[in-house]
Design a protein around this ligand. Structure first.
Ligand code: BV8
Length: 243
């Protein structure tokens, strides 16, 4: 796989790098994407399941979907794309990973300087007390799961129409406005506010690099577009950078 010299030079000497990932980075770990060929939403419509309204009208249905996804994620392992992104955290002096994924695979691969900006599928929140905790039961013993206080537990993820965590959003925005290189991997660039991050990076003077299997709205603003599978491109790119 050939890469442009200026891309290799850029990534070899960068001091500050922000990486934003979407479900495409976990596709080669066997976790279905949202909008691709085997997209999760293809079988289910987002508005039917990943919204507060859906949960309040049918918490069991929403939990059936999440329990099914938790089962898939439990068997998934980080793939070479996750491994390279974990290596990047050790290599770059100033590094931040912002993931839209709730599967926890980046943390499994070793990333720590990271924001799970849409939450984590293994965390749950009591709808009454609002405290969060991990719930690793797989499969769930009871659907929908309940808190000791008797109230429902919900997935501690960000649903459509819900605000993203303030702290995570602030960390991400600050990182993006101060980075030299902004790398997106496996995101369709359609879900806001994360979809606005590439333009924020560009307008803040960063070089935008996009790795994706397909063209997306990010393609038109990226300085470098690497089209293909993240699990194949990233290891090759990383070998070229580290020489
Ligand atoms: C909010 C967590 C403020 C739960 C998710 C109209 C215009 C603009 C915005 C809106 C609008 N209408 C509504 C909105 C707001 C809405 C939104 O953006 N909707 C979109 C659909 C238009 N956003 C929100 O509601 C957000 N909140 O705005 O708050 C607010 C507050 C109060 C009241 C009003 C507003 C909350 C959004 C978060 C939703 N939660 N997930 C869960 O996971 O169950 S979204 C879900 O989509 C996942 O997090 C996912 O990660 C995310 C983004 O999708 P991608 O990760 O990009 O995945 P996708 O499948 O789409 O793409 C994969 C890509 O990878 C593809 O391009 C594919 O080609 C590529 N690929 C596949 N395989 C590979 C690969 N690439 C490389 N290698 C491979 N092997």
């Amino acid at each position: 796989m050939e890469f442009r010299e200026d891309l290799i030079d850029l990534l070899r000497v960068a001091g500050s790098v922000v990486v934003v990932t979407g479900s495409g980075v976990s596709a080669e770990s066997g976790v279905p994407t949202f909008r691709g060929g085997d997209g999760l939403w293809r079988r289910y419509r987002a508005e039917d399941l990943a919204t507060p309204q859906a949960f309040s009208s049918d918490p069991a249905l929403v939990w059936e979907w999440y329990d099914w996804r938790r089962g898939i994620v439990a068997k998934a392992k980080p793939n070479p794309a996750h491994e390279v992104i974990a290596d990047m955290e050790r290599y770059y002096p100033d590094f931040l990973l912002v993931t839209q994924n709730v599967d926890g695979l980046h943390r499994k691969a070793g990333n720590e300087r990271m924001v799970e900006i849409h939450g984590n599928i293994w965390r749950v929140r009591c709808v009454a007390e609002l405290d969060e905790r991990f719930l690793y039961d797989n499969p769930l013993e009871v659907i929908p799961p309940k808190c000791e206080c008797g109230s429902l537990l919900r997935p501690a993820v960000v649903w459509f129409g819900e605000s993203l965590p303030f702290e995570g959003l602030t960390t991400a925005s600050e990182g993006i406005q101060n980075c030299e290189v902004f790398l997106t991997v496996g995101t369709s660039g359609v879900v806001y506010p994360v979809a606005s991050f590439p333009m924020l990076a560009k307008s803040s003077g960063a070089s935008v690099v996009d790795i994706n299997k397909d063209a997306t709205p990010i393609t038109s603003i990226a300085d470098h577009t690497l089209m293909g599978k993240a699990g194949e491109i990233l290891p090759e790119l990383w070998r070229a950078i580290k020489g």
